[in-house]
Ligand binder design. Structure first.
Ligand code: NDP
Length: 389
């Protein structure tokens, strides 16, 4: 059997390492072309050696020398910086995993899409920021976009049994995060350590905080809107604390298909890696008798205003979702650095959105311009929040 060539953007992260765990299970089936990271020189060099990558890119140019030294006794190509990430996306693998966190992943994802590649998309922020442009590029280039986010992968699987025109509702499930049962007063004093302690999933810091604020579900709403054209009003969010049902599709005959599985990202990643086939993941199967019950409840937008903000940004359209995303990235980073409180995250995003001028982006440069301006404004506001203004 021919080996499949693959590239992994964000190889040192949570999704990246889960992807490589799957590759490790069937090492001979894959030929690793490119692996990328941001600053983790040691982790990237180790993976590059283990998987005999042909090309590695470190996002932060200051780390170039260290990476070059770490791989000096190999033939592995080494590069650094944003343009090098885009160049890596220009290679020609059979399958690309887009698992950089944040809008920093947008350019390489778009480069891979423009080339008509098969792209497994974990990097939801890129689709949130530039959804219309990205989906137009998919249409133009004939690229295949395979959703990796567990909810979207679930919808993708449930939609295999029906037609998009026959869908009445898409139901995105949400665990509710670590603060699901906390009052607003209790949430006010929550620390980064408490926010990243997700009850069901083990994930990177940024998405863990997004789960705690439920902005993650807001971003996923926007992601689902672009991936599955049913209209925003047909996408609902349902809190399901056990995270067993990863999402559901309700068809017009009132038949609802749900996808279930263990809370391990290897399952949706494997679905995208093997698509349209299936591979072993090494995960323990779902033991429904041991789980015993599945609970569902409506989300509470008072305690989790990020849900309301994301839907409003999606309805406003244009650069509003990119504004929401950039403000949220800055706010989450400030919270992780303990410069603002937990409730300030959504408050800051709301303030940025309230004062933002929203326009229709013509191209990626428009998105980057908005992204930069919003980051600068949100960073100024961090100071005001820290002072309690
Ligand atoms: P992590 O923070 O664990 O990993 C992020 C990866 O991106 C790392 O390899 C990191 O490199 C790299 N990276 C970070 N910043 C930059 C940058 N500016 N330029 C280039 N590379 C960068 O994130 P996750 O794996 O948790 O998440 C990745 C994406 O997948 C996110 O968009 C997230 O929303 C999405 N996702 C994650 C899930 C999960 O379970 N973790 C589930 C569903 C979606 P370095 O290690 O050097 O910092």
């Amino acid at each position: 059997m021919n080996k499949r060539t693959i590239s992994i953007f964000g190889a040192t992260g949570s999704v990246g390492t889960s992807t490589l765990d799957l590759v490790r299970r069937d090492r001979d089936a894959y030929d690793v072309q490119a692996l990328t990271a941001h600053r983790d020189v040691e982790g990237l060099a180790k993976l590059a050696r283990e998987f005999e990558a042909r090309f590695v890119v470190i996002g932060d140019e200051d780390c170039f020398g260290a990476l070059k030294d770490a791989l000096s006794d190999t033939n592995i190509g080494v590069a650094a910086g944003t343009q090098a990430l885009v160049d890596a996306a220009d290679l020609d693998p059979d399958w690309t995993m887009a698992a950089i966190v944040g809008c920093a992943g947008l350019e390489p994802v778009m480069a891979a899409i423009e080339k008509g590649r098969t792209v497994a998309l974990a990097n939801k922020e890129s689709l949130v920021s530039a959804g219309a442009l990205m989906m137009a590029a998919v249409e133009r280039s004939g690229a295949t976009l395979l959703p990796v986010d567990s909810e979207h992968n679930a919808l993708f699987q449930c939609l295999a049994g029906g037609r998009i025109e026959e869908v009445r509702r898409l139901i995105l499930t949400a665990s509710g995060g670590p603060f699901r049962t906390k009052s607003l007063d209790e949430m006010r004093g929550m620390t980064p350590a408490q926010a990243v302690a997700h009850p069901n999933w083990s994930m990177g810091a940024k998405i863990s905080v997004d789960s705690a604020t439920m902005m993650n579900k807001g971003l996923e709403l926007i992601e689902a809107y672009h991936l599955f054209p049913v209209g925003e009003e047909r996408i609902d969010i349902l809190v399901h604390p056990q995270s067993v049902v990863h999402s559901m599709v309700e068809y017009k005959d009132c038949s609802t298909l749900a996808q279930m599985g263990p809370t391990d990202m290897k399952v949706p990643i494997a679905s995208a890696l093997a698509w349209p086939r299936r591979i072993e993941t090494g995960c323990g199967p779902l033991d429904l008798a041991a789980i015993g019950r599945l609970d569902f409840e409506a989300p509470d937008e008072k305690r989790f205003p990020a849900l309301r903000l994301a839907r409003a940004a999606l309805r406003r359209g244009g650069t509003a979702p990119a504004t929401l995303n950039a403000a949220n990235e800055i706010a989450v980073a400030a919270f992780l650095e303990e410069r603002i409180g937990f409730l300030d995250i959504a408050a800051l995003v709301e303030r940025v959105l309230d004062e933002a001028d929203i326009a229709e982006p013509r191209d990626l440069q428009d998105i980057f311009t908005v992204d930069r301006a919003v980051r600068a404004r949100a960073s100024e506001m961090i100071g005001e929040f820290a002072r309690g203004d």
